[in-house]
Design a protein around this ligand. Structure first.
Ligand SMILES: Cc1ncc(COP(=O)(O)O)c(C=O)c1O
Length: 373
């Protein structure tokens, strides 16, 4: 019998529904009182002082880049292995993403190989905290200090994740989070930018609120746009925040079950946790033999596996970087062996909060059956 196991399902319940209804009952549906409440909860968790919301994670990165002064022509080092939004946000700011290979242990930026990407135009580096664990932030911060670079952390997948006890997103000049439906906590769509100091924070406020600090005024001292969220979304975020301990506990149990059931399948290897990092598995990421054939076989059984990210240097939309004059890049597989290895051999196992033990058993049995054939 076929059992449906989707890659992902949001973890929402009556509590979120009641919170949305409350916004309607109070007749406040644009960004309002819920913003302060959710922001102070998140800042409390992260130990952050300055932060603003954004409509989604991609725009949080864009705001972050603009607020630290990234401008057209600047280069920003971005891992080759990440979600496209890490790099399109750089392009949106008019700057040039320069792709860097990742390591094979956990597919985080390989900071030891980043020296070769430096030019006089390099202004920033964007570590991405991948799959619910931190990048090597000691390495990134050392590298940035040595080369006088700004640091923008893509912490879209890292709510709750700590590195040497400090929350991801609070190491760099800015740290950017996503609350998309599949993220650790969700508002449907949403984003959050944590700033290192008051100056960056002020710039973020102008940028996100039509170039002014107060709403209701039609005088705009700076150039800015509308990057606000709605109280409807923020109210959902507050409820989700309250569920964070339960979400972390369930996610840890899910990866524990997979490890227990697949630990002795030699064709499957779990990605290694970065030393110093906690792990809240945004996805359960594994390297496996014949990954793409395995995913095809699982899909016939109703199980939705997911490939690792398609390397950015292969993306059709970034091929223009080959002919960008002084910013030209060599976008060949040989330059990014680990990102390519990850795409060809990686799979994300279904690991949404509500997955049942029965579903996990079903996934594991079908994986074992595939390799037994
Ligand atoms: C690493 C990473 N960066 C950026 C984003 C973009 O976030 P959003 O989808 O909220 O724009 C995502 C979302 O999937 C992500 O995983």
């Amino acid at each position: 019998m076929i059992m449906k196991v989707p890659q992902f399902e949001p973890f929402m319940g009556t509590e979120e529904y009641i919170a949305i209804k409350d916004c309607f009952d109070k007749n406040w549906i644009t960004e309002g009182p819920k913003m302060k409440e959710f922001s102070s909860l998140l800042c409390g968790l992260m130990g952050a002082e300055f932060a603003v919301f954004a409509p989604n994670g991609t725009l949080a990165l864009y705001l972050g880049l603009r607020s630290i002064g990234i401008k057209p022509g600047d280069e920003v080092i971005v891992p080759d292995f990440t979600f496209i939004g890490s790099a399109t946000s750089v392009e949106m700011a008019g700057a040039v993403p320069v792709f860097a290979d990742v390591n094979r242990d956990n597919f985080q930026i390989d900071i030891d190989s980043c020296e070769k990407y430096l030019t006089e135009k390099t202004k920033a580096i964007m570590p991405v905290h991948m799959y619910g664990m931190a990048a090597n932030m000691s390495g990134v911060l050392n590298f940035a200090k040595r080369h006088n670079l700004l640091v923008i952390e893509d912490a879209a997948q890292a709510v709750g994740v700590r590195y040497n006890g400090k929350h991801c997103g609070t190491f760099g000049d800015v740290g950017c989070f996503s609350f998309f439906a599949d993220k650790t906590i969700t508002t449907g769509e949403g984003g959050f930018v944590v700033a290192k100091n008051e100056k960056i924070y002020k710039d973020l406020l102008y940028l996100r609120n039509q170039g002014r600090l107060e709403r209701g005024s039609f005088i705009h001292p700076q150039m800015g746009y509308n990057f606000r969220m709605t109280d409807i979304q923020l109210a959902v975020g507050i409820v989700q925040f309250g569920k964070l301990p339960e979400i972390i506990e369930k996610k840890s149990r899910i990866i524990g079950l997979y490890r227990e059931k697949l630990g002795n399948v030699e064709e499957i290897q779990f990605t290694k946790v970065e030393p110093g990092s906690t792990h809240i598995p945004f996805r359960v990421a594994v390297i496996c033999k014949d990954a793409h054939r395995l995913m095809d076989s699982l899909s016939k059984k109703g199980i939705e596996g997911r490939t690792f990210f398609y390397p950015l240097h292969r993306q059709p939309c970034f091929q223009y970087l080959k002919d960008k004059g002084q910013n030209s890049q060599v976008l060949e597989d040989a330059q990014f062996p680990n990102a390519v290895y990850g795409y060809e051999n990686g799979m994300c196992l279904p690991s949404f909060v509500g997955i049942t033990e029965e579903q996990i058993n079903y996934v594991c049995e079908n994986i074992k059956a595939f390799y037994a054939e």
